[in-house]
Design a protein around this ligand. Structure first.
Ligand SMILES: [Zn+2]
Length: 266
């Protein structure tokens, strides 16, 4: 058995790999041990996942959705009490409680004021930087492995396919300084769908592959309604923009005009 990233023997590896970090609420998409070796697993959690999870927009999402880290913490975020008093907000979902922390001199100011409004910060958009594209590259290769995991020759194909080396190396080594990722919101972060039993369920994450008629391969991932798309073949996103124009902007996650499962070679 070899690791799909570094291609080194990985039979003695002990950790399973979460395709999407547990801190984003993923318990379901997990690769068995050895598909990603312990060395790459450890590297990704420190150098690829942590920088993504620490992005202001992602911290805010984790705060708003009560997403606990592996250690059970939810990141605090900074807020502002009008006119200009900084405050730190911390969530305690177990008690359905949010604490607001201010300095002592500021507390005196607040107590004297007749009124005040708590402002949540605007964390801004997700930046189109290597922090995001490496995170996507890692998830894309692992999502392929997830679909091939029952076919040992399929996983071996993933290791040996030279066309995937640039994606693999971007995730593992970050060689490409600018690998554009298409980012847009396709539904609200509290977006609901209806499960087979008719109950409303929140959509946490979903992903699929798109193969265009130009034979370009894209990986499309939605996390709490934010859609991320990366080209598996190289740092180029114009083919996806073209596809969106041709199909009226619908997410590939919600059409059947894509290759999907059937497109993955077995
Ligand atoms: Zn490895």
């Amino acid at each position: 058995m070899r690791c799909i990233f570094c291609k080194n023997p990985s039979s003695s590896s002990k950790s399973v790999e979460h395709v999407i970090p547990e801190s984003l609420g993923n318990k379901r998409h997990v690769l068995p041990r050895g598909i990603v070796c312990d060395g790459c697993n450890n590297y990704f959690s420190r150098k690829v996942e942590k920088p993504f999870l620490d992005l202001p927009a992602v911290r805010q999402l984790r705060f708003q959705q009560d997403l606990e880290s592996k250690r059970g913490n939810i990141p605090s975020i900074s807020g502002l009490i009008t006119p200009d008093i900084p405050a730190l907000l911390t969530r305690y979902p177990k008690y359905d409680f949010t604490s607001v922390q201010v300095s002592e001199p500021n507390l005196a100011k607040i107590l004297q004021a007749k009124e005040g409004t708590m402002l949540f910060p605007l964390a801004g958009d997700l930046p189109d930087t290597p922090v995001v594209s490496r995170f996507l590259a890692k998830i894309a290769l692992e999502a392929m492995a997830l679909r091939l995991v029952e076919f040992p020759e399929g996983v071996a194909y993933l290791c040996d396919e030279a066309q995937l080396d640039v994606l693999r190396d971007h995730a593992r080594k970050g060689y490409v300084s600018s690998w554009p990722v298409h980012i847009r919101t396709i539904y609200h972060q509290d977006g609901k769908t209806f499960g087979p039993d008719g109950n409303a369920e929140q959509i946490v994450h979903e992903f699929d592959f798109l193969v265009t008629d130009q034979s370009e391969w894209f990986f499309v991932l939605a996390i709490f309604g934010v859609e991320f798309t990366i080209n598996l073949g190289g740092p180029e996103i114009s083919g996806y923009r073209r596809w969106l124009e041709q199909t009226g902007g619908i997410s590939p996650l919600y059409t059947d005009r894509h290759g999907g499962l059937a497109a993955i070679p077995k």
